[in-house]
Design a protein around this ligand. Sequence first.
Ligand SMILES: Nc1ncnc2c1ncn2[C@@H]1O[C@H](COP(=O)(O)OP(=O)(O)O)[C@@H](O)[C@H]1O
Ligand SMILES: [Mg+2]
Ligand SMILES: [Zn+2]
Length: 509
Amino acid sequence: MALGTTAAVALVGLSGHVVEVQAQLAYSVPGFVLVGLPDTALSESRDRVRAAVLSSRIDWPNRKITVNLSPASLPKRGSGFDLAIAVAVLAGSGEIPAAGLDRVVHVGELGLDGRLQPVRGVLPMVAAAVASGFRDVVVPTADVAEASLVPGVRVRGATTLADVVVLHGGTPRSVPDVEPVRPPRVGVEPRAAGDLADVLGQDIPRLALEIAAAGGHHLLFTGPPGAGKTMLASRLPGILPDLTETEAVEVTAVHSVAGTFDPGAGLMTRPPYEDPHHTATAAAVVGGGSGLPRPGAASRAHRGVLFLDEAPEFGQRVLETLRQPLEHGELVIHRAAGAARFPARFQLVLAANPCPCGKAGGKGLGCSCTPMARRRYLGKLSGPLLDRVDLQVHVEAVGKDGMRGAPGESTEVVAARVRAARAATRERLTGTPWTLNAQVPGTWLRERFRGRWAVLRPVDEALDSGLLSLRGADRVLRLAYTVADVGGRGEPTAADVGLALTLRTGRPV
Ligand SMILES: Nc1ncnc2c1ncn2[C@@H]1O[C@H](COP(=O)(O)OP(=O)(O)O)[C@@H](O)[C@H]1O
Ligand SMILES: [Mg+2]
Ligand SMILES: [Zn+2]
């Protein structure tokens, strides 16, 4: 019996696991069996591998072929195992010298014509291979740039299966001259462009954005259509700091598996911005799909901004599914073969009209909605979602005075202040598990205010008048610290607390 062994990588969510792919060729009734928990795509892989070998004018071994993918317990999804299976078979049949192939990771889908097709998730796959001690990977030409982002590994690209045979020292009868397959990439252009200087007036909403960025607070904008809510939200990623290297790798891995990443541009170093439409399904926001699951918008927004425009128009199920990532920072996609986890630690920005017709709020002139309809509208966001939104700000359309006023500060200026504020926060929180004010629990904050109760007078008054709940009061304290950090004051003053209250209740005090 002849053997051929090589390696591939199985992805479960973002975590890759090296899989040994071993082909046994026995002198028995000819056949081709794959063992090791293959899903449907893997069974189809059998047909593709055979067709690709024949199209490459390589003899298909006329023996009983058993390909074993181990460990068997690992769920293996998607079409990325084709190349490793073909290489193992051809090593077993002697078309490729077998020595050392077990130390090479092969990733790629085979076309029936023998061409190698790019796959999603190459970055986390190669990273996992390197973490397991592999130093040599072979990927489709279109995936070379992405694989090469992982340091410490030799990446070789191939356009066809015949290329791979040659690369390993085999000699196919002829190597067809074909164009490499170009991967279809979707949604890679940055959508959150535009500078804060474009936004005229809107002092309080602009400040809310800055506080959100500095403290990591979730944010709700309410206001009539045309007030500039969408415009404001799209400027949040621009004032967030660059991703750290670890974050960049993590974010890029998510977008690699999603197929929304342009490897030509290198690792993603800026916070992503995702703004799913309100008609989006829960699956589109959470992720899923057959084969290798795709991360949804909430995961693609990991370490960046998830913007729900016209938030009350989203389906109730979609809004409810956001609870899990808001609480745990990840999304779990359950499948019969096991769960896939994707990180989803995003900053949530919600925009909402004050009522279905959009004209309530402010003077409320011309609103034709019943009081009941008005309550129900924003009520859709209540509970689990709004509970976590520290900042709730009303945006009114700027009048002609605002339009004629001087342009506001630029993204660059505000971003610099955000960086400084975050540094101040980190210093205060040294020795705690938190780095952003939004993460700090109320008990810790109240302790710090001990002995300085006078500063909290605005909060006491708001509590007394019923404007604020106790839970809301904790959020105000949290915001007050971010206001202080942005202003370069170590501890909040009464004015900081007052401003925090405005940013929480949407009302000046
Ligand atoms: N404060 C503002 N400064 C400059 N342009 C504004 C401002 N507010 C609104 N606009 C203009 O109005 C358009 C609509 O704003 P938009 O953000 O879509 O409002 P909303 O989301 O509240 O309905 C913007 O694209 C922009 O051209
Ligand atoms: Mg809008
Ligand atoms: Zn209305």
